[in-house]
Design a binder for this molecule. Structure first.
Ligand code: PMV
Length: 410
């Protein structure tokens, strides 16, 4: 299924040729589309940092409440290494998940205090969570230049995850995504903002400042973050939906997460990304990731599963290879991670089913497979892989369509 061809790209605009005409409905919102038949073009505006500085009126509203749910995402081409303020060293592409998500309720009321800091309370699963405060305080500090009105309010944040606490699944992507969306709803209340495209781009921009991969947790089903010449509208500041339509097989793709190690991450993301500065293979990794993005773009359109399996697994192993060869080095897989991978290779050999694994910066294994072989793969998980999971635990998820507004001022 062909999608847009970038025919001209210079900041802040890209001009893309779209064909066939039908693909228009699959393009991200906010794209100007013109032309007829096979000669249909779109112009997409790529925002700059300054475009996200709030210019609306001050605190006209006294209080309110909003709730958003944002999904977790799993990267197929991995982001590992950053520059500047949370900018990626290479572009990445992810699937948004459906049931693994964070729900955050933000209540706000006027605050007269002239404190330098943003005033907030934080509850996780109904109880105060002091250990989450520093990360959220840093997030507010970073986003303040873009949303200065948050200082005029006291913010009460109540958050919870669908996945079990301490499952080894990072909640920072879905958590920062949901919180950024709540802050954008407050901006919308103050300014009367109606531009949905701007709303989503700025939510992704803010989420990125909390946790890089969080900028891919706003939309779905496939999100690209980081500028790449073959992805229309892609840029380093925020994530954009994969434009031009993905192959239908990926719309219902499954992701089962095998929980090998439910403990805290052994290497924090911040430390891990920093290890890519001056890494002996860093530059070649960044070049390779860009090449893999080109390959992934074709696969997303043509649904070539053997290619998908090879590329996704190679990306996961490359991410781990970077950590094995950094200084200091880290071995993040556990023996059971390898047992699962080897069992999967055998299963694939025996059945011919196109099931692939991917890994984040930890020991848990994500199995990715088409919906049509769901029951066969889930039987295999229960009979052969479950034994390698901590307390036999795994999560069954699938590709989702992005964040959802749950309620506003109710
Ligand atoms: O968003 P961070 O800083 O936690 O980094 C996440 C990095 C990986 O999950 C390992 C890869 C990715 O692209 O999501």
């Amino acid at each position: 299924m062909p999608g847009p061809e970038v025919i001209w790209w210079r900041r802040p605009y890209s001009l893309d040729l779209i064909w066939p005409d039908d693909d228009k409905k699959l393009l991200p919102p906010g794209h100007l589309i013109f032309g007829k038949g096979i000669f249909v073009f779109q112009i997409s505006k790529i925002m700059k940092d300054a475009d996200f500085v709030y210019k609306g009126p001050g605190s006209l509203k006294n209080e309110g409440k909003v709730t958003w749910t944002a999904p977790s995402n799993i990267a197929l081409v991995k982001y590992w290494g950053k520059k500047g303020l949370q900018l990626p060293a290479n572009p990445s592409l992810s699937l948004s998940l459906s049931t693994s998500a964070t729900t955050t309720e933000l209540s706000y009321w006027s605050n007269e205090s002239s404190d330098e800091e943003v005033s907030f309370d934080l509850f996780f699963d109904g109880s105060p969570k002091p250990s989450f405060r520093p990360k959220v305080a840093d997030f507010f500090k970073r986003i303040l230049p873009y949303v200065p009105f948050i200082k005029d309010y006291h913010l009460q944040i109540k958050t919870s995850n669908t996945f079990p606490h301490s499952s080894g699944i990072a909640s920072s992507a879905s958590g920062m995504g949901a919180l950024a969306l709540c802050v954008m709803s407050l901006e919308k209340e103050l300014s009367g903002l109606e531009d949905e495209d701007y709303f989503l781009k700025k939510a992704s921009f803010l989420a990125r400042l909390g946790s890089g991969s969080a900028c891919r947790s706003i939309e779905g089903p496939v999100v690209v973050w980081g500028g790449h010449p073959e992805y229309p509208g892609s840029n380093d500041l925020y994530g954009v939906r994969f434009a031009g339509g993905i192959h239908p097989i990926f719309e219902t793709y499954r992701d089962s997460i095998l929980l090998v190690d439910k403990g805290q991450k052994k290497v924090s993301s911040t430390l891990g990304h920093n290890l890519m500065n001056g890494h002996p293979y860093g530059e070649s990794r960044f070049t390779h990731a860009n090449q893999n993005m080109s390959r992934m773009r074709d696969i997303m359109r043509n649904g070539d599963l053997p290619e998908f399996v090879q590329l996704v697994e190679s990306e996961a192993l490359t991410l781990h290879a970077m950590m094995l060869t950094s200084n200091p080095y880290f071995l993040l897989m556990r023996p059971n991670t390898l047992h699962i991978i080897e069992s999967l290779f055998e299963f694939r050999q025996d059945t011919g089913y196109q099931v692939s694994f991917t890994l984040d910066a930890g020991a848990n294994v994500h199995l990715l497979y088409p919906n049509e072989i769901r029951s066969e793969v889930e039987d295999f998980i229960a009979s052969h892989l479950r034994a390698f999971c901590e307390q036999g635990q795994f999560l069954l998820d699938r590709v989702g369509s992005g964040a959802e507004l749950k309620s506003e001022n109710s």
